[in-house]
Design a protein around this ligand. Structure first.
Ligand SMILES: *Cc1c(COP(=O)(O)O)cnc(C)c1O
Length: 375
């Protein structure tokens, strides 16, 4: 059976060019990047190139990029690492109710350790309110962490405005940009972003490798102790192949930015237009304008989301109810709850996230099956 994959917000396939560039590092180039001889130097050189590629993609300096094992680790390091290092300056952190659990749970951990956290609400489109943000700042606030774009409903937050507010108040601003890489132009200098998390497997690099950008001059505490890798900020022999893959993938996705984003938008709009026209009792979630181009999140009234996924799977269709992290969890999604979605809609939510290898035919197949199943 042909697999039709519409779950790129959960993970993406690794692209061929990326695999090709990684392969030597599983074979002849097996050196440890920390050693002196030439085998290790090759690994070190490859990591340097990857770091340059990441830095170039977001307009950071090369020494502002730290490789990690995933987006979750980057979020943990940014939030907890920063809070521990700067607790003498204040104990208050501001975030939102719709963050990824890597952010929310890092904040919970800090709360248990005596920090205070404000969780900003969002409007029905999933956007934070800038007035509310300003009003929640105290003289104890050291960090604002708000996601660039939401992984469930695709809403893009007003990152530049948030950064401006943070800068005026001398507060550090971190953003989880895991969903935004490749789908938004990001210039950390121009946008005044102090810390930014990203993850390879959301833009066609492999799973198990991420990066954290931290602006020069901002200090954070090392969370994983051991060796002195990553400028002594993250111990552990580097995942050289993964890092090489991440570097290649981020360069490719930004080289192809216009084509890629236009393609996703066409697929997404075709899907949403057809669903709107051909299926009754639906609700489109998330902001319609400030939105990831490949995200469609639609709730079908009085439909069981898990059953819907199960039926779609019979046709080889991969999609998601809310988000991958919450499908085994019977609790309704914290994001859909935060936007105030009605009870009869919340359980029947389908997130479809498009990728570079989807076609209009695939989308038509999806909508046709969806119509049959829902009927
Ligand atoms: C996927 C995702 C993460 C976690 O990244 P991993 O590499 O899977 O740990 C964090 N934040 C957002 C917004 C995500 O979509």
């Amino acid at each position: 059976m042909k697999i039709r994959y519409f779950d790129h917000a959960a993970t993406t396939p690794v692209r061929e060019e990326v695999v090709k560039e990684m392969l030597p590092f599983f074979g002849i180039e097996y050196g440890n990047a920390s050693v002196m001889y030439s085998l290790g130097r090759n690994a070190k050189k490859a990591m340097k190139q990857a770091r340059e590629r990441v830095a170039r993609a977001i307009n950071a300096d090369i020494n502002e990029i730290y490789f990690t094992s995933c987006g979750s680790e980057s979020d943990n390091l940014a939030i907890k690492g920063f809070a521990y290092e700067n607790k003498n300056k204040g104990n208050h952190i501001i975030t939102s109710k719709i963050e990824h659990h890597a952010v929310l749970d890092s904040c919970k951990t800090l709360e248990n350790q005596g920090f205070k956290v404000t969780y900003l609400g969002v409007d029905e489109n999933g956007k934070i309110n800038l007035e509310e943000l300003i009003n929640s700042i105290t003289n104890q606030t050291i960090l604002i962490t708000i996601m660039f774009a939401n992984n469930e409903i695709g809403t893009i937050e007003p990152v530049e405005e948030i950064a401006k507010i943070a800068k005026e108040k001398n507060i550090v601003f971190h953003t989880d940009a895991v969903q935004a890489i490749g789908n938004a132009k990001i210039d950390v200098k121009k946008m005044d972003i102090d810390m930014l998390s990203l993850s390879g497997h959301k833009f066609y690099a492999p799973k198990g490798v991420g990066a954290l950008y931290v602006k020069n001059g901002i200090n954070f505490k090392k969370l994983q102790d051991g060796g002195e890798q990553e400028s002594n900020k993250r111990a552990g022999t580097e995942n050289v192949a993964g890092i090489v893959g991440l570097g290649k993938a981020i360069e490719l996705i930004y080289n192809e930015y216009d084509w890629y984003n236009e393609k996703l938008k066409i697929l997404r709009n075709h899907y949403m237009d057809r669903v709107k026209k051909e299926i009754d009792n639906i609700k489109i979630n998330g902001d319609l304008i400030d939105r990831l181009p490949g995200n469609a999140n639609i709730s079908f009234r009085n439909v069981n989301g898990s059953e819907l996924l199960f039926e779609l799977d019979k046709y080889g269709i991969c999609a998601s109810a809310g988000s991958a992290c919450s499908t085994s969890n019977p609790e309704p999604s914290h994001v859909l709850t935060a936007i105030g979605l009605d009870k009869e809609y919340i359980g029947g939510t389908l997130r479809v996230s498009f990728g570079k290898d989807n076609s209009i035919d695939d989308v038509d197949f999806l909508v046709n099956r969806l119509k049959e199943i829902i009927k």
